[in-house]
Design a protein around this ligand. Structure first.
Ligand SMILES: Cc1cc2nc3c(=O)[nH]c(=O)nc-3n(C[C@H](O)[C@H](O)[C@H](O)COP(=O)(O)OP(=O)(O)OC[C@H]3O[C@@H](n4cnc5c(N)ncnc54)[C@H](O)[C@@H]3O)c2cc1C
Ligand SMILES: Cc1cc2nc3c(=O)[nH]c(=O)nc-3n(C[C@H](O)[C@H](O)[C@H](O)COP(=O)(O)O)c2cc1C
Length: 599
């Protein structure tokens, strides 16, 4: 290929170069070629960029210069896991010399989408198969008709939890919609369960390898114009050769050590402090415990009685074979069916049933099945029971080998009849030595800051749970940062959860300040946001000094009112108009200094 003078020159150069110089040279040449393949990037700056990117520190890792040097990594997150992964992905890409733009989907400029060339999304699923609130605008945008994304080459990493009926639904939807709009899927949709790290990292590594080895395609992948494998051939949905084994979900067995109602006699509430013994559980303050509640025996027995089905009969549902009794008791949601299941039930029994949520037992009573065979059809449309999450109120440092929870027994009424929530009722009744299975739901953004930084915690009701964990952790580790807690509930005498512990921490200085709001102890309702407003000046001073703000508990109205109070404080004390106060809060949010875990 080379004429003799060129060949001689090259051989001379090779002979006189060290191994490192040769690696650098090969990267440099690949960069020059890449710049020629992509005319947009074919500038001296790009070549210089490649040179810089292949600087001494990264020479070995980036032996081959990136063929594609600009990608966008967009994340949609609720509890920070997708953001954390997307950031790791961007950092890895940058190390490889790829210019990776990292952006949250809430801030993503939708008009940029048709201009994107390489676009990778990391998105979780929330609620009942929905996208995270922050990704809703993007999600709706890509669902509109007539969207054309013909330039787009994309890949989607979906975070979810196999315990939910609609596993990784939001990620699946994004993947499908981008393709529908003309986008080219260059790597298969990767769906990850709660222990997602190694699987996600495998997916990233695979993409980066493909991006940086222009035309390498040693595995026989189909190639697009830029040398990147296309149409998912590179990485099968279950994790390809490059992806490490699926971690899935680590399930632990816990044994109840204690179960104490924290509310005193006369309270309208029941909030249970559970201490659970479980060894080797990997969690951090800010994480939650997830479990799938069992259905009440009475309801299961009534269903079996009504249908005459044998509880021991084996049935395969969703690729697993269990007895009917086991499925009804431990696996399937029978208590409060979603409308989509009621609709399918109506089709099976061929009845006109209003589209509403209802329990299976009531359905069977009002619209009975014909026989056992028809009931088996019904079993096949039932969905798995969704897990429930509880903020962990213990600290790995302070409560070695234990996990603590703070569970409010959910109470509501249906047609005048008082009922209790399935899981909170079950947990409230657990006795010492009883066991149950659980897993850890990581919350990558609800994390304590550096030990010397101050924290302001706003957690009325069970919202106090993660803050008990924070305080115990800071106490055990001797963190020097100041800690300020706003707690509230109905009455001082009956509802001051963890009163003794909190007051002890106040005395020992672990808790710098404690403000309480007992809403029903006086004629006018007083809530945590009112106490915050009364502490306006000092609260703003803490913020200005770098404190982080954490909010946990009821999403509505509490977290909305607390946010309004924060805005008001910033406006008043910072002497800022509303728009500037909002920008101040946005900045806190973006820098991870204003985080919520609300439900
Ligand atoms: C990240 C996170 C952290 C959390 N942390 C905590 C915590 O620390 N402590 C805590 O107590 N909770 C916490 N929760 C809430 C918890 O996960 C549960 O949602 C809560 O305990 C209710 O679950 P349940 O099974 O008891 O009630 P469910 O049975 O799920 O009922 C919930 C609601 O559904 C409706 N409903 C249910 N059945 C019927 C029916 N038959 N007819 C009509 N309506 C019905 C009612 O409105 C009821 O209130 C957290 C949630 C999240 C997402
Ligand atoms: C309230 C709630 C509802 C959820 N619903 C679903 C769901 O319907 N399907 C699913 O696959 N995962 C579901 N998940 C699991 C999350 O997608 C999973 O925990 C993920 O790691 C969260 O990532 P994020 O922190 O980026 O939001 C749900 C989690 C929570 C807290």
């Amino acid at each position: 290929m080379l004429n003799t003078p060129k060949l001689n020159l090259m051989q001379e150069l090779i002979a006189g170069s060290s191994r490192e110089e040769l690696i650098w040279l090969s990267g440099y040449l690949a960069g020059v070629v890449a710049a020629q393949v992509h005319p947009v990037a074919a500038t001296p700056q790009v070549v210089a960029q490649v040179q810089t990117a292949l600087g001494a520190a990264s020479v070995v890792e980036s032996a081959v210069a990136p063929a594609i040097n600009k990608i966008t990594i967009a994340y949609g997150t609720e509890t920070g896991n997708s953001k954390k992964l997307a950031s790791d992905f961007a950092a890895k890409a940058k190390k490889k010399g790829i210019n990776a733009k990292l952006v949250g989907l809430e801030q993503y400029r939708l008009n940029d989408l048709p201009k994107e060339e390489y676009f990778f999304t990391v998105i979780s699923t929330q609620g009942d198969g929905e996208p995270p609130a922050a990704a809703k605008k993007f999600y709706d945008h890509i669902h509109q008709n007539g969207l054309k994304l013909e330039k787009l080459k994309y890949g989607v990493l979906a975070l979810g939890d196999t315990a939910y009926p609609l596993f990784c639904k939001a990620g699946e939807d994004v993947d499908q919609q981008l393709q529908k709009a003309g986008g080219q899927r260059i790597v298969s949709l990767e769906k990850c369960d709660t222990d997602y790290e190694s699987q996600a990292l495998g997916w990233f590594d695979h993409i980066l390898q493909q991006l940086s080895t222009s035309g390498a395609g040693g595995n026989g992948d189909a190639q697009n114009g830029s040398g990147l494998a296309v149409s998912g051939a590179a990485l099968p949905a279950t994790g390809g050769a490059a992806a490490t084994a699926r971690a899935g979900k680590k399930v632990y067995t816990g044994t109840v050590l204690a179960n104490i109602n924290l509310n005193d006699r006369g309270s309208a509430k029941q909030t249970h402090h559970l201490e659970i013994v479980a060894e080797g559980v990997d969690y951090q303050p800010g994480d939650s415990l997830g479990l799938v509640p069992e259905n009440p025996v009475l309801v299961v027995d009534a269903i079996l009685g009504l249908t005459g089905v044998d509880a021991e009969q084996k049935l395969a549902v969703r690729q697993e074979e269990h007895s009917v009794g086991h499925l009804l008791r431990k696996k399937l949601n029978i208590i409060y069916l979603p409308e989509r299941v009621v609709k399918k039930y109506a089709a099976i029994v061929q009845q006109d049933i209003p589209e509403t949520r209802i329990g299976l037992l009531d359905l069977l009573k009002i619209y009975p099945v014909r026989d056992g065979a028809q009931f088996h059809e019904v079993m096949a449309i039932l969905e798995p029971t969704a897990p429930r999450l509880y903020s962990i109120s213990s600290s790995p440092e302070a409560h070695d080998g234990e996990i603590h929870l703070t569970v409010a027994k959910d109470k509501f009424s249906v047609n005048g009849e008082v009922k209790h929530g399935l899981c909170s009722d079950h947990l409230s009744q657990l006795a010492p030595d009883q066991t149950f299975e659980f897993y850890i739901h990581k919350n990558s953004q609800f994390r304590l800051p550096a030990p010397d930084k101050d924290v302001i915690m706003i957690g009325p009701g069970t919202g106090v749970a993660p803050f008990r964990s924070f305080l115990a952790q800071r106490d055990s580790t001797g963190a020097s940062g100041k800690n300020w807690l706003f707690f509230g509930d109905q009455h001082f005498t009956t509802d001051f959860l963890y009163q003794t512990e909190l007051q002890n921490w106040l005395q020992t200085g672990v808790l710098t300040k404690l403000n309480t709001a007992f809403s029903r102890d006086q004629a006018e309702k007083v809530y945590v946001q009112h106490k915050m407003l009364r502490e306006s000046e000092e609260l703003f001073r803490w913020l200005e000094n770098g404190a982080s703000v954490y909010v946990c508990g009821a999403k509505e109205p509490m977290s909305v009112d607390v946010e309004m109070a924060l805005l008001h404080i910033i406006q008043k004390e910072g002497k800022k108009p509303l728009a500037q106060a909002e920008a101040y809060l946005d900045e806190l949010r973006e820098s991870g200094r204003y985080v919520k875990d609300v439900y």
